[in-house]
Design a protein around this ligand. Structure first.
Ligand code: ADP
Length: 164
């Protein structure tokens, strides 16, 4: 756990952020995404590097099974190392999604050129980062990436440590 020097008076929300294999493969991009996290005053609650097996990727993206990009997506997400973060902040989910920008790189380039995907995204699939889209998916996705993370302990014991 990384304790930053700043404090937040409001309740913190947590989200799952993932730097995908296209970005981890390039140390400059990986570092730029990490800096974005720090500049935006997220607390890094947990982080780890990992590599998925194909079946991990298939399970995580099961909701997209059958779509034209599904095979490409699961292959890509199990093609190399990723970095996963549990991030905490006020409005962590919405703020991280805004920093990432739209899913599709073409749209990101035009509508959010400063966003992570707008700057670093390569294709609609190789789009640099993932972020949970709701509190429910954050809980589910965190348990997928961090099975040892204890949500109850975070809420009761850890979260208050970050607050004023
Ligand atoms: P997001 O990651 O923005 O929440 P989705 O959950 O819709 O977006 O899609 C999951 C991932 O599937 C995307 O991040 C991207 O890697 C891939 N993907 C989504 N839509 C497409 C598409 N039309 N073509 C290629 N890949 C896609």
């Amino acid at each position: 756990m990384v304790l930053s020097t700043f404090r937040c008076a409001k309740a913190l929300q947590i989200t799952l952020a993932v730097v995908k294999p296209d970005a981890v493969a390039n140390p400059v991009i990986l570092e730029a995404v990490h800096q974005k996290i720090l500049e935006n005053q997220f607390f890094i609650v947990r982080n780890k590097d990992l590599i998925w097996r194909r079946e991990d990727s298939e399970r995580f993206y099961a909701e997209h099974a059958g779509r034209f990009f599904y095979q490409r997506l699961v292959e890509f997400m199990s093609s190399g190392p990723m970095r996963a973060y549990i991030l905490a902040r006020e409005n962590a989910i919405g703020h991280w999604r805004e920093l990432m920008g739209p899913t599709k790189v073409f749209r990101a380039r035009y509508t959010a050129p400063e966003s992570i995907r707008g700057v670093y995204g390569l294709t609609d699939t190789r789009n640099t980062t993932h972020g949970s889209d709701s509190a429910e998916s954050a809980t589910r996705e965190i348990s997928y990436f961090f099975p040892d993370f204890n949500m109850k302990q975070w809420i009761e014991k850890e979260e208050p440590l970050f607050r004023a």
